[in-house]
Design a protein around this ligand. Structure first.
Ligand code: GTP
Ligand code: MG
Length: 241
């Protein structure tokens, strides 16, 4: 039987907001403007996923799919040090892949599934930073949106299947765009990817910048979790309270 587990974000209050952390067998999405901490959170999870956690979770390996060339081994070393882990071992336990276009990103998931099958129970976390970046580049025209959403749906269905079949946490980051349904309130932003992405994700978290470098995380449109918010910070050791 598959036992659902939760991965720590590095921040106790953010974990609490999420009901304990990033959950396996589901897709968790964070979105927000540049510098809100999406990539830093991805890096922190790469490390915390390797550590023992609650309910007998023993830690495991990670797959990181990088679409914007934002993966930084030196950042991981600093985060590993914070948790008293050997940086070399931490890096060794991360399978890194760079995706060059949306089709490639989709195809990589086939390789990921094969790997998870081959090394059963070894991988616990799959990260895609960011989920929509390449789709936005590949489908630019207004007339291409339907096509884009169809391809996106295929990719998300593959992601969901992977998360459930191999009991891994899927963590994706996303970008924002102006919400044109609130045309007179230009500050209102929403994640890209439309209904297709909204339906595929189990938990969506909106990240904002607060004062003095503080970051704010807010649960977005979840039926299960209250629309609470919390503060967190980005330190050299990764995401923290
Ligand atoms: P985009 O990918 O550009 O949309 O942004 P993002 O949300 O991925 O932001 P990212 O996670 O890259 O966060 C960048 C922010 O992290 C910077 O503005 C810094 O505030 C912070 N940061 C990055 N590295 C360090 C570090 O070594 N120490 C500390 N204290 N903060 C850092
Ligand atoms: Mg980033």
């Amino acid at each position: 039987r598959k036992q659902v587990f939760k991965l720590s974000t590095g921040s106790k209050s953010l974990d609490k907001l999420l009901g304990g952390g990033i959950e396996s067998m589901s897709i968790t999405e964070v979105f927000g403007e540049f510098g809100t901490g999406k990539t830093q959170l991805s890096h922190t999870l790469c490390v915390t996923a390797q550590m023992p956690g609650c309910n007998g979770y023993l830690g495991g390996k990670v797959v990181f799919i990088d679409t914007e060339n934002t993966f930084r081994p030196t950042r991981l070393q600093a985060i590993a040090n914070r948790f008293n882990l050997d940086p070399t071992t931490v890096l060794h336990n991360i399978l890194y892949a760079r995706a060059y276009n949306s089709e490639h990103q989709y195809e990589l998931l086939r390789n990921v599934a094969a790997k998870f099958h081959e090394e059963a129970g070894v991988f616990k976390l799959l990260i895609i930073d960011s989920i929509m970046a390449l789709f936005r580049v590949d489908y630019t025209g207004r007339g291409e949106i339907a096509d884009r959403q169809q391809k996106l749906a295929q990719m998300l269905s593959r992601l969901k299947k992977i998360s459930e079949e191999y009991n891994v946490a899927v963590f994706i980051t996303n970008q924002i765009t102006a919400d044109l349904t609130h045309i007179n309130q230009p500050d209102i932003k929403k994640p890209v990817g439309g209904n297709i992405l909204a339906h595929a994700t189990t938990t969506r978290v909106s990240l904002y910048k607060g004062i003095d470098g503080i970051r704010i995380a807010k649960i977005y449109g979840s039926p299960d979790l209250e629309e609470n918010e919390t503060m967190f910070s980005i330190t050299s050791g990764g995401i923290d309270d």
